[in-house]
Design a protein around this ligand. Structure first.
Ligand code: GLU
Length: 319
């Protein structure tokens, strides 16, 4: 089982398309089922209509799924149950510290990913009993109080299918990270692990911007006793014509721009095929054909860069 997990926080771009198409093609080649999961818990960033648009765009590209779409916000009870289990196990504590307080209390300013390490300012004192201290407290009450997990020291090892062995000391990297937000919502790290486990996900395929999060997720699998972790496949991100990693803010690469201009989904797949090394040159094809021609043993490709010629080639395919 794998998952397509768009966040409805903006419109999808060609970089998203590459990840989704390679993920889907691997699934079809290796016999994984596919669940479509809408990751809409980041209420402040969710855009109205964006979930529906993502579903339409994936279908326009020719992708399908065996389960879903499942919206995370439809039922918070699995996340609440996991949080309560950690709270009752003495592994969680409430923290109302502001970003400023955290930055002021920290010694090392930032790591290479510009994440601020949480220096443990509200961590329960050694020798105290957090399970007793916080028994029965509402983990999703919000009220400007987040809940953080007590992260042990030491490296967490993960072997990525594409990038090989990774080792990150989560405590040194980010410290006790939040699992419930100040807005009273499950945090991404928690939600993704709870869902991957309960949806039976064996293979997580996603952009390599999430590689840094993976050891956090592996740690949560262990703390929650969720059994075997999935295999992880982190794919290169696509760079835009401006040399920056594609992000939802770039107007020019919105997939809906091409779709609405009458470019067929097969044309987009044809560009992705070149990027992913499925073909040597751009060649319009269906998602199914992309999957047939993808060699699952050889999906290493350099981070692609979108060019003016790519854009021209897409637009030349307008019907
Ligand atoms: N929803 C996340 C995103 O769109 C992906 C999360 C994941 O694959 O773990 O970036």
């Amino acid at each position: 089982m794998t998952r397509l997990a768009p966040s409805p926080t903006g419109t999808l771009h060609l970089g998203n398309a590459l990840t989704f198409v390679v993920n889907w093609a691997l699934a079809r080649r290796l016999g994984w089922r596919v669940v479509l999961r809408i990751e809409d818990l980041d209420a402040g960033r969710v855009r109205e209509g964006s979930a529906e648009e993502a579903v339409e765009v994936l279908a326009w590209l020719g992708l399908d799924w065996d389960e879903g779409p499942i919206k995370q916000s439809d039922d918070l009870s699995p996340y609440r149950a996991a949080l309560e289990r950690l709270r009752d196990g003495g592994l969680l504590y409430p923290c109302g510290a502001t970003r400023k307080e955290i930055e002021l209390a920290g010694s090392a300013p930032h790591d290479s990913d510009r994440q601020t390490r949480y220096p443990g300012i509200n961590r329960p004192a050694p020798g105290s009993d957090p399970a007793a201290l916080y028994a029965g407290m509402d983990v999703l009450a919000g009220d400007d109080v987040a809940w953080r997990v007590i992260v042990p020291e030491g490296a967490i090892e993960v072997v990525d299918e594409l990038l090989g062995p990774q080792s990150i000391d989560v405590q040194a990297q980010v410290g006790d990270f939040p699992l419930a937000t100040k807005a009273g919502l499950p945090a991404y790290q928690l939600a993704v692990v709870v869902d991957d486990a309960r949806q039976g996900v064996t293979d997580v395929v996603r952009g390599d911007d999430l590689l840094v999060s993976t050891p956090r997720q592996v740690l949560l699998y262990r703390l929650l006793g969720l059994g075997e972790v999935p295999r992880y496949w982190h794919l290169p991100l696509v760079y835009g014509t401006d040399g920056m990693r594609m992000a939802k803010r770039h107007d020019s690469v919105r997939l809906t721009t091409h779709r609405d201009a009458g470019v067929p989904g097969e044309r987009v797949i044809g560009l992705l095929a070149k990027w992913a090394g499925v073909t040597d040159v751009r060649e319009a094809m269906s998602a199914g054909e992309f999957a047939n021609r993808l060699d699952p043993e050889r999906i290493a490709y350099a981070p692609p860069r979108y060019t003016e010629e790519d854009e021209q080639w897409l637009m030349d395919g307008k019907s």
